[in-house]
Design a protein around this ligand. Structure first.
Ligand code: PLI
Length: 458
């Protein structure tokens, strides 16, 4: 039987006009922005695939919840709604709201890491590693080798290599490890999930050494969807059930609510560890706000609570990931080099293969993102040598194997015709790829340099 089209499980109630510009205009704007797409004005962008962070369209149920904000300084009813949603959907008892994900990472890192301790992670994420290092911790990459290979089709490239964990314990001892920081749908690997079987294996190993797992649960729902689609034994389970099982292997989580949770701002940490909860509450009042709002308005917490229920709707999450795959498959069919398998939140152009004539020291992914903007007004993000930053010990540039441009799809925002425009722009650039030139960095901030670095064309 021919497969039938499945449309989005929602209709559009409000629209926001976007501006179309000329090529000459964009050439000027990207030069003014130092060839860094983070420094463009949003109003000069046609289709914004910079990030899926804080860019979701909220539902009418979320917006109506915002009118029910209880803006009391202490004990807002919206906090208790958020707490209940986290308990029901993620399964963690104690919740501390924060203004966004990195604030939850800050608190967790400061409280859980002793100077010189290792934090194994399934690949790094920029802000997570930054906070680990600021707390005196040492990032240790424990993801499977396949994740560092853009062309390896492994269905669970987010998996942890338990042998790498064992090696660390054998060499340094279990006391040298603060906790395991495990991320579903690993962002920097291309939005790649881990399998439940792998998570179970990691959890059993961690239990032997009494090491807690703290998830960076930012894109956990997308991971749960991949488990449902790919892992034997899960096809008949709901994404909600699968997410709950995933989280049951951890002691707690941090999250940027700006992704899975379908809101424009917010985050939290959640845990079943009562002592850590008490300490986190002490710290949140110093940096964020009282422990029942943590830097958020009551209305924001209500929107997160409602987003948490909406995100585990099977029809919604299927449609979200299918749109990402629609774009990815169009590029694959045109022979454009992208990371495979296609991830959950983004399609990643493989800049090393797209622009083999530009050496990594000349920032090929940064150059490709700038060229894409000039071609069509589509904004993407570098995820390569610029994002990787410098080694804090040697001061040398880290040279990641993956040199990528991320085309990140906001949730419930664009149609597949927008995806067609993006695909056609990538194809046009690929035909003319020899004309794209490398870049020279002319301004480099000390930390998280990718946000504000400036470049010139060579
Ligand atoms: O942007 P925050 O502070 O709410 O969250 C930080 C953060 C933590 N973990 C992961 C996996 C992320 O992807 C993340 C933020 N990501 C951004 C901003 C992105 O564009 O991917």
């Amino acid at each position: 039987m021919k497969t039938r089209t499945i449309a989005e499980p929602y209709k559009i109630k409000m629209v926001e006009p976007i501006k179309m510009t000329t090529r000459e205009y964009r050439v000027e704007k990207i030069r003014e922005a130092g060839y860094n797409t983070f420094l463009l004005k949003s109003e000069d962008v046609y289709i914004d695939l910079l990030t899926d962070s804080g860019t979701s369209a909220m539902s009418d149920w979320q917006w109506s919840g915002m009118m029910l904000g209880d803006e009391a300084y202490a004990g807002s009813r919206n906090f208790y709604n958020l707490e209940k949603a986290v308990q029901e959907i993620y399964g963690f008892q104690y919740v501390v709201p924060t203004h966004q994900g990195r604030a939850a990472e800050h608190i967790t890192s400061q409280l859980r890491i002793k100077r010189g301790q290792y934090v194994p992670m399934n690949m790094y994420f920029t802000t997570t590693r930054e906070h680990v290092e600021r707390a005196g911790g040492i990032f240790y990459d424990c993801i499977i080798d396949e994740a560092h290979d853009a062309q390896n089709p492994h269905p669970f490239k987010g998996n942890v290599d338990v042998r790498k964990l064992q090696k660390l314990v054998d060499e340094k001892g279990a006391d040298a490890i603060a906790y395991l920081s495990i991320a579903p749908c690993v962002n920097m690997a291309g939005g790649q999930p881990f399998s439940m079987a792998n998570l179970r294996e990691v959890a059993e190993w961690a239990k032997r050494y009494d090491l807690p797992i703290i998830f960076d649960a930012t894109r956990a729902v997308e991971n749960a969807y991949f488990i449902q689609q790919r892992e034997p034994g899960y096809a008949n389970k709901s994404v909600r059930e699968i997410l709950r099982e995933m989280m049951s292997y951890g002691e707690g989580m941090t999250i940027s609510s700006k992704k899975d949770n379908l809101v424009n701002i917010g985050g939290f940490l959640a845990t079943n560890n009562e002592h850590f909860f008490a300490k986190a509450k002490e710290m949140v009042v110093v940096f964020e706000g009282l422990h029942t709002y943590g830097g958020l308005a009551g209305r924001d917490m209500e929107a997160i609570a409602r987003g948490i229920y909406e995100m585990v709707d099977d029809a919604y999450i299927a449609s979200r990931v299918r749109q990402v795959h629609y774009l990815g498959n169009r590029l694959l069919n045109a022979g454009i080099p992208i990371v495979v398998p296609i991830g959950g939140h983004a399609v990643f152009l493989d800049a090393k293969r797209f622009l083999p004539h530009i050496p990594q020291e000349q920032f090929p992914a940064q150059a490709l993102a700038a060229a894409l903007y000039v071609d069509s007004g589509v904004r993407a993000m570098e995820r390569g040598i610029v994002s990787a930053g410098r080694d804090p010990k040697t001061g040398e540039n880290r040279k990641p194997k993956l040199e990528l441009v991320r085309l990140t799809i906001p949730r419930r925002v664009y149609t597949n015709l927008h995806m067609d425009v993006v695909a056609e722009s990538c194809m046009a650039l690929y035909e003319e790829r020899d004309k794209i030139r490398g870049l020279r960095m002319v301004y480099e901030p000390e930390s998280l340099r990718f946000f504000q670095a400036r470049f010139e064309e060579l």
